[in-house]
Design a protein around this ligand. Structure first.
Ligand SMILES: Cc1ncc(C[n+]2csc(CCOP(=O)(O)OP(=O)(O)O)c2C)c(N)n1
Ligand SMILES: [Mg+2]
Length: 577
């Protein structure tokens, strides 16, 4: 029995580690003992302990994003596995590869009152790429386990990438044989190879699309959230060849990098709010890459009448089209498609359509920068403008949901500095964001700066433990407006007698003692010089740094609303509305 259990868990763990999922985020428990011990003894496995499964799920998600490879989660049976649920939903929607190993009771202890047992079979529903309830360790089935693990890794990688659930029933006794584990890992069996080829458009599809694009007089490329840095130069090259403006979502990977040229537009969230510009400059064809962008004014622009023809490209063969207005979906690898289209198209002629967008972008970025530079007082819009000035090449900037991702969109201009801008925009939760940021840091992709609101930060304060346990370095910019600032922009803000209770949700928490609890360096930034100094100290230094700025929710609304008329006025003076 012991030998079979040992061989079983060794085969599982070895298949994962050598198959390309060498990082295992493990939470403590008893039922998962054999898998945890096998992981800990595998010479190539990297073990990351995390004591709270909800945070662990997001930590793994962040690491998988940074590494662009599947990360394994391992927990015991019962509600532990349910705590992965939010991260699974995000990984599903944002296409991040995760492999969930949930230990379970054997079949005779299910649904009959055994302790710490819930129904774990396919418990993440339609949010996984694939789910399997494994047999208990069984003689003769090791080749099956090997092929199952290879299949799990391939399914997690995609396209599209996403979570895979392996539910692992294990029967007591749960201790594997140490020497047997070690010798199995010393002379491992060959693994089945799985190759996943990208979906490539055929020559006719490229020719047809090239011809269609050339029929457009007012074309736009819209690039929404996606994680692949290699998409950016390909999309930028296609934009240049078409001579079309490319609207780059902040987390499309197109906003910043050496590929950026004047057609890469980042200020549209500000200037498309202007009714006159939005009505005058109507596209007749829109080519969409990535998920649906973050900016609401852009969504409204794309859906208002007369509606442009939209073509949605998706190498993951998904349906990321909430407008239901696309005239064509093409399931083809985006990078390959952009490069082949660019090669198939003639050189562009200068045209007033794209010149107007380039000018609107230039004026918008100038007016916003001038306005924010003139402000002495700390403001939420100013935070991203300051960060754009100081972040070094190869930094990762991760923005929490709520106002941070929106302010990143509006106030972080395109630049040639290579930066990785990321957010959890699959399910837009305010949960697990600190853990995702620390997972990014653990994944080792440049210095990580995480900008978060106070409620989001409170929500995942358990996530801070990862920094302490694994000596991670990251900088957290904590925007403390004592509640949910975003709601002050919504119609419910006029519900004056109920607003604070139901939406404003102040808490009055002090975050400095929380920082001390996790041995983080803490700075309260009350002016911009202290802010920049605090952030740079974190970026250049080691350990966890928290830079808190305190703002006021109502003032934040006027800080934002002061900007839109300035943009409109500048467009007016330039004859662009
Ligand atoms: C898990 C989860 N719960 C609730 C929400 C709804 N929600 C969206 S934004 C927000 C407030 C966030 O406040 P904070 O993090 O302080 O950011 P701010 O709005 O102040 O910028 C809430 C509760 C959500 N998106 N996700
Ligand atoms: Mg807040």
């Amino acid at each position: 029995m012991k030998a079979l259990l040992t061989d079983w868990v060794a085969t599982l763990i070895d298949g994962l580690v050598r198959g390309g999922a060498a990082d295992l985020v493990i939470s403590p428990g008893s039922r998962s003992t054999p898998l945890a011990l096998a992981a800990a003894r595998h010479p190539q496995a990297r073990i990351w302990m995390h004591y709270d499964e909800r945070s662990a799920g997001f930590f793994a998600l962040g690491m998988a994003r940074a590494r662009r490879a599947p990360v394994v989660l391992l927990c015991t049976s019962g509600t532990a596995a349910a705590n992965y649920w939010p991260a699974v939903a995000e990984a599903h929607l944002a296409r991040v590869p995760l492999i969930l190993l949930t230990a379970d009771r054997p079949h005779e202890l299910r649904d009959n009152g055994a302790p710490q047992t819930i129904d774990q079979v396919a418990m993440y529903g339609s949010n996984t790429r694939w789910a399997s309830d494994l047999p208990e360790p069984t003689e003769g089935l090791l080749p099956y386990v090997q092929s199952l693990v290879a299949r799990a890794i391939a399914a997690a990688r995609g396209a599209p990438a996403g979570p895979v659930h392996l539910n692992c029933p294990l029967r007591e006794p749960l201790l594997p044989e140490r020497s047997r584990l070690e010798s199995l890992f010393a002379g491992p069996a060959p693994l089945p190879q799985v190759q996943v080829a990208p979906r490539r458009a055929d020559a006719q599809q490229i020719a047809d699309l090239a011809a269609l694009l050339q029929t457009a007089e007012c074309g736009l490329i819209v690039c929404g959230p996606q994680d692949d840095p290699a998409m950016a130069p390909a999309a930028a090259q296609l934009a240049e060849r078409l001579g079309w403006p490319l609207l780059a979502d902040p987390i499309s990977q197109v906003r910043c990098g050496p590929h950026v040229h004047e057609l890469v537009i980042g200020g549209y969230d500000a200037f498309l709010r202007d009714e006159h510009f939005a009505a005058r400059y109507r596209p007749d064809l829109v080519l969409r890459l990535g998920a649906m962008p973050t900016a609401k004014p852009l969504l409204q622009f794309l859906t208002r009448s007369p509606q442009p023809r939209q073509i949605v490209i998706d190498g993951g063969a998904g349906w990321r089209e909430p407008t239901s207005l696309a005239v064509q979906h093409l399931f083809a690898d985006e990078i390959d498609l952009c490069l082949r289209l660019a090669a198939a198209l003639p050189a562009p002629q200068p045209d007033p359509w794209s010149a107007a967008w380039v000018e609107a972008e230039r004026l918008t970025q100038t007016v916003i920068a001038e306005h924010l530079r003139g402000q002495e007082q700390i403001s939420e819009p100013g935070i991203f403008a300051q960060l754009a000035r100081i972040l070094p090449a190869n930094a990762t900037l991760f923005a929490a949901n709520s106002m941070p991702i929106r302010d990143l969109d509006t106030f972080f201009p395109p630049s040639e500095t290579p930066l990785r801008l990321l957010g959890n925009r699959g399910a837009n939760g305010i949960d697990g964001l600190t853990s995702t940021a620390l997972g990014l840091a653990a994944g080792g992709y440049g210095p990580v700066v995480f900008v978060t609101g106070d409620l989001s930060f409170f929500h995942d304060s358990n996530g801070l433990l990862a920094a302490k346990l694994h000596a991670l370095s990251a900088t957290i910019v904590l925007i403390n407006n004592d509640g949910g600032g975003i709601f002050s922009f919504l119609p419910q803000a006029s519900e004056t007698d109920q607003f604070e209770t139901l939406f404003g949700t102040p808490h009055g928490l002090q975050f400095e003692p929380l920082a001390a609890c996790y041995a983080a360096h803490y700075t309260l930034a009350e002016d911009w010089a202290t802010f920049r100094h605090g952030v740079l100290r974190g970026v250049d230094g080691a350990g966890l740094h928290i830079v808190e700025v305190r703002t006021e929710r109502t003032r934040n609304v006027s800080d934002h609303r002061a900007i839109w008329p300035l943009v409109a006025e500048r467009l007016e003076r330039a004859g662009l509305r």
